[in-house]
Design a protein around this ligand. Structure first.
Ligand code: ZN
Length: 719
């Protein structure tokens, strides 16, 4: 094999398109960082990450790399081991354990087989692992085994795909990449692709890589640097070729009938809520599956969404088979966002129904031809191209929605370039079906059992306080994505950082708004819908206290307490109703009320009266919202102190007064309240959170109910 420096003949460095990031100094540091693994593997990890970090080369677990190393086994015999990327593992952050060691010799023997079932291929890969605990190998492991090169790099690079998904693409690829890259037609991943690539290599062992039409590029070399630099070189050449040919081209013409919506922010929020609602479905197990939404609105995407051929772009299929499990093959297209909710609902429903009909039809056709007996997956679109908005992507988890959105962004970009160059010509339906329903592909998505609130968005007002923290923590643990909100930026940031230490970043959002200002509430809910799709669980927790006897109570002070505790609760409930209505998937409002509603205390009139009024309006909401499937329940906590990190603001305010009147220190005060309840427990914010999760999980058909979380105070028993 030619081990020469490919960048010398490619000239990529001088032209400076795609960056060659290989750095000798970094390599030495890298090898030193992993002293317990063979240096060949450390180098493999280093260049794998370089490839993984460039989204124009691979996206989210796409692509794969390998190295072959001679290693002594436990009885001292030397054997050749193929270290190949584990299935679904992200190259950008790969660690030694992300590679699977496989005995090379027995796998190589498979190359002369006529056929190999999916089950048997998987079995062969698993029985030849050198470490029991390593992950499942990449679905392209056989290709890595059959090719003799020591290092192999594989990517679904955008600019290669512009050419590989082009009518007459082979000619363009030859012209762009030169004679040292073999071009082969699409072959099914697994044994056929591995054999096809091997065959081409045997015909011409001087090649430096292979491009597989409709799929991607493989480069190889005897050392990590050569294989990596060949990747950069050839993708760089494709980029240069495409850019030169499309430089002065216009990317299609815009729709003449296009009128942008008057209020884009509100239109987008309404659209997301509607899309979420229309796409939600009941799984065979009976659980309502909701989606999270991710919006992408870069200028190029917005423009593409109002092209005359926008619908053709949506229906023209994925760039590479790997993407089908993330985005499905086709996209839905929304041509306008009507100002009326009923009309919007109809527009989205019609589009989704048409989409699912085509999906189902295709499934049954393909399943019949292929005598395929497995169950059909859900037929919901994952990507919407929305006129004037851009891309709206859906996922069962927030991560899935983001992955789908990233892939869709690149897909649209590649399709536009391909059409500017000639005509985008993707992989055929039959192959797409094989990939979508390939058991090994589906395993990439296989996940453990569903958490009770997965797919739901919970919004907590007063999220900067101790109770807000406890509720957020419990809702996150139950699988919801949680938005904490507060008017106080500092305390909100504090709670956010506490939660971010416990849970993945993407699961928590924060937003500042004032519950006493109805317009601000509406705007904040719009923003939440833009970020996540809508709201399923609303937990009004924001509250303020004021200590004064009626005789001394300043009327203005009373107004202020009412503004937060009563009006604030009313505002957020009211603003959530149109969202619940558009989603049409029910929901839960769990109002954090107070033990004082049933058992008020002297000098606490402003607080108790405003909480009692909020309590009443919540019950009225329960009466009115049942028809939407929205349940409104209340939690009555008592004596929540919080901890040192996030103390209860209410207790910071009323505590000293209470301590004085009872002649106690802070510890004594906590103990006093513990002894006051029947169960003799200290009530915590997490207890309140558990009550919220109980209602939100809908284990009982309950609405309009009050659940005390107070350790048992007879005078505060609900009645
Ligand atoms: Zn691939």
């Amino acid at each position: 094999m030619d081990g020469g420096m490919p960048d010398a003949h490619c000239g990529i460095k001088e032209r400076g398109i795609l960056k060659n990031l290989f750095n000798e100094k970094e390599v030495q540091e890298f090898v030193a960082k992993y002293p317990t693994i063979p240096p060949e593997l450390a180098l493999r990890i280093y260049t794998s990450r370089l490839i993984g970090q460039d989204p124009d080369l691979v996206l989210h677990g796409g692509g794969n790399t390998s190295v072959k190393i001679r290693i002594k086994n436990i009885v001292g015999e030397e054997q050749e081991v193929l270290y190949v990327k584990g299935s679904g593992i992200d190259l950008a952050t790969i660690e030694p354990l992300g590679f699977v060691g496989l005995e090379l010799e027995p796998l190589r023997k498979l190359q002369n087989l006529k056929s190999l079932s999916d089950e048997e291929m998987e079995n062969q890969l698993l029985i030849h692992k050198v470490s029991f605990s390593s992950p499942s190998p990449s679905v392209e492991a056989l290709l890595h085994a059959f090719l003799p090169a020591r290092y192999i790099d594989h990517a679904h690079a955008d600019f290669i795909l512009v050419l590989a998904n082009q009518k007459g693409g082979e000619g363009c690829l030859k012209e762009a990449l030169g004679p040292k890259i073999a071009i082969i037609p699409y072959l099914t991943p697994g044994l056929p692709l591995a054999q096809g690539v091997r065959e081409r290599y045997e015909q011409n062992p001087g090649i430096e890589g292979v491009v597989v039409i409709h799929h991607g590029i493989f480069t190889f070399g005897e050392d990590a640097r050569t294989s990596y630099e060949r990747m950069i070189c050839y993708v760089g050449r494709a980029e240069e070729y495409v850019k030169a040919k499309t430089e002065k081209k216009v990317f299609g013409s815009l729709r003449k009938d296009w009128i942008p919506p008057e209020d884009l922010a509100s239109s987008l929020a309404r659209l997301n809520q509607t899309v979420r609602g229309v796409c939600a479905f009941r799984s065979p197990g009976g659980q309502l599956r909701r989606f999270y939404v991710e919006v992408r609105n870069k200028e190029e995407l917005v423009k593409a969404s109002i092209l005359q051929e926008a619908r053709i772009l949506c229906h023209s299929g994925v760039l590479t088979p790997d993407h089908v499990i993330r985005t499905k093959n086709l996209w839905a297209h929304i041509e306008r966002i009507p100002a009326e909710d009923a009309e919007l609902n109809q527009v989205v429903k019609e589009e989704v129904n048409a989409y699912t009909k085509v999906y189902d039809q295709n499934f049954f056709e393909q399943a019949k031809v292929k005598s395929f007996a497995r169950e059909k997956l859900d037929p919901c679109p994952r990507i919407f191209l929305v006129a004037g908005v851009g891309i709206v992507a859906l996922g069962f988890t927030r991560k899935e929605a983001r992955v789908a959105a990233d892939i869709a962004e690149h897909t649209l970009h590649v399709k536009l370039l391909a059409n500017a160059l000639g005509k985008y010509d993707p992989i055929v339906k039959s192959h797409i079906f094989d990939m979508e329903y390939w058991s090994l592909q589906q395993k990439k998505l296989a996940r453990t059992s569903l958490s009770p609130l997965q797919g739901q968005v919970a919004v907590i007002t007063g999220g900067g306080g101790a109770i807000g923290l406890g509720i957020a923590d419990r809702l996150l643990a139950a699988g919801a994505v949680v938005v904490i909100s507060d008017i106080n930026e500092e305390s909100l940031r504090k709670v956010y950082s506490v939660l971010a230490e416990r849970y993945e970043g993407g699961l928590i959002e924060n937003i500042i708004f004032d519950v006493t200002d109805y317009r601000a509430v509406e705007k904040a809910f719009q923003e939440i819908s833009r970020r996540l799709g809508g709201i399923d669980i609303l937990v009004p927790t924001a509250g303020v206290a004021h200590v004064a006897k009626v005789e001394d109570l300043d009327p203005e002070k009373l107004e202020q307490v009412i503004a937060v505790n009563l009006k604030g609760t009313f505002h957020v409930i009211k603003a959530s109703i149109p969202i619940f209505r558009r989603q049409g998937t029910g929901g839960n409002i769990v109002v954090v009320s107070s033990k004082n509603v049933f058992d008020p205390g002297a000098a606490f009139g402003a607080y108790s009266a405003s909480k009692a009024a909020a309590h009443q309006i919540s019950k009225i909401a329960a009466l009115e919202l049942a028809e939407l499937g929205v349940r409104v329940n209340l939690v009555n906590p008592d004596a929540i102190f919080g901890d040192e990190e996030v103390p209860s603001k209410l207790w910071e305010l009323v505590g000293p007064e209470r301590m004085k009147s009872r002649g106690l220190d802070p510890q004594g005060l906590r103990e006093y309240y513990r002894q006051r309840n029947l169960l003799k427990v200290q009530v915590t914010a997490e207890h309140v959170g558990n009550a919220v999760v109980f209602f939100a999980s809908e284990g009982t058909p309950t609405t309009g109910a009050t659940l005390p979380v107070d350790g048992g105070i007879p005078a505060a028993f609900p009645r």
